[in-house]
Write a protein that binds this ligand. Structure first.
Ligand SMILES: [Zn+2]
Length: 224
């Protein structure tokens, strides 16, 4: 597993095959958990580098299997709480996570705490606010850190494209509105759910995505 520090206090655990980026904030909050295919490796790496007992929160940016597949495993191991936006909670609790697309039998994941617009996730050095950005899924969220100008954007916004909105629960119009909403935030570090981070020029990037909205070349169909 590759562990990289993105900015002071935020590490990304990932780099394996098509796994999403898994962010560890302040060694306390895990954002997304991957498919679980690499869970054993991740557990070993986390144990050797962090005080794993400090990780008490698992935030899922949306319900898709590649983001939530290992959430139960992490909860069992860490005794941490699984959180997701209220609109995506039913998908997790009914096992509708597109697991079949990964040749995995769908499994139900219970949710410990639901999130909504304005919910706050605090760690020692960060205070992230939940920004509801439906479109990729009904309960897709971004996490925004105002003082440090960081946006963890899940599958809503990537470094050079946007998330797809053609899967069950996806909504083209809502995605368009969510991108417009993101223009209200002062962002310097964009930490997406897949691919590299983008540092600087984020407002221009979002405007480009809005100007070219719906063009296939800017929609990322490689990811769920
Ligand atoms: Zn997704």
């Amino acid at each position: 597993m590759v562990i990289m520090q993105i900015c002071n206090g935020i590490d990304v655990l990932g780099g394996m095959e098509n796994e999403p980026n898994i962010y560890l904030i302040d060694g306390e909050v895990l954002v997304d958990t991957g498919t679980g295919m690499f869970f054993a490796d991740m557990k070993n790496d986390i144990e050797s580098r962090y005080d794993s007992y400090k990780i008490k929160t698992i935030v899922n940016t949306h319900h898709h299997f590649d983001n939530t597949g290992a959430s139960s495993k992490f909860r069992n191991w860490l005794k941490a709480e699984i959180m997701i936006h209220m609109n995506d909670k039913p998908y997790l609790e009914k096992g509708y996570t597109l697991a079949e697309a990964f040749n995995v039998t769908p499994r139900v994941i219970t949710v410990d705490k639901t999130l909504k617009e304005g919910s706050v996730i605090k760690t020692k050095n960060f205070s992230f606010t939940v920004v509801h950005t439906p479109g990729h899924t009904p309960g897709s969220i971004c996490l925004y850190e105002k003082d440090k100008r960081i946006l963890i954007s899940g599958d809503t916004l990537f470094e050079s494209s946007i998330g797809r909105f053609d899967l069950p629960g996806g909504d083209r119009q809502k995605m368009f509105e969510s991108l417009q909403k993101l223009l209200n935030y002062n962002i310097h570090y964009l930490l997406p759910g897949h691919g590299p981070p983008k540092i600087g020029g984020i407002s221009f990037h979002i405007k480009q995505m809005i100007a070219h909205f719906g063009e296939k070349r800017f929609i990322n169909y490689d990811f769920y």
